[in-house]
Design a protein around this ligand. Sequence first.
Ligand code: IDP
Ligand code: MG
Length: 155
Amino acid sequence: MATERSLILFKPDCIQRRLCGQLLCRIENKGMKLVGMKMLQVTQELAREHYAEHVEKPFYPLLEEFITAAPVIALVVEGPDAIGVMRNLLGTTNGRDAALGTIRGDYGVSRQMNLVHGSDGPEAAAREIDIYFRPEELYDYTPTLGEWVCADDEK
Ligand code: IDP
Ligand code: MG
């Protein structure tokens, strides 16, 4: 167990469907601490950098079109095992297969328009946080509810 940070994106479908508030609420309710947050327009260049592992795949042109079609909200969340916890909260990629109770399972029926991105491992998280945020845009603070979110030996 480790305190981790994960890069989360509210994708264009999330913004267009006005679900950001509800989904941010779920992330906060889970116990994640917000350490960075901004709205931005993903450019073609940024899309290629973020999704470098997918650029050669057949679905990439449609993914790029989607992720650049409206603004996104980028978040950095922190917490115990935040990367895995957030992946579990999001559910599997395809909303049609994702378990009920997960964000993708509860809010979508699409493989592409699956509302929220979450880093898939520590290396990806570090790389993605660096792509979207400058160090001074991330905030260190002590959440006053922290004492009641998990035990000292879990932090
Ligand atoms: P992940 O977001 O669950 O980690 P990845 O396989 O890394 O899923 O794919 C990145 C994003 O690309 C997905 O979240 C989804 O928006 C889109 N995507 C993945 N596979 C496909 C596909 O087969 N067709 C269209 N879009 C896809
Ligand atoms: Mg992925």
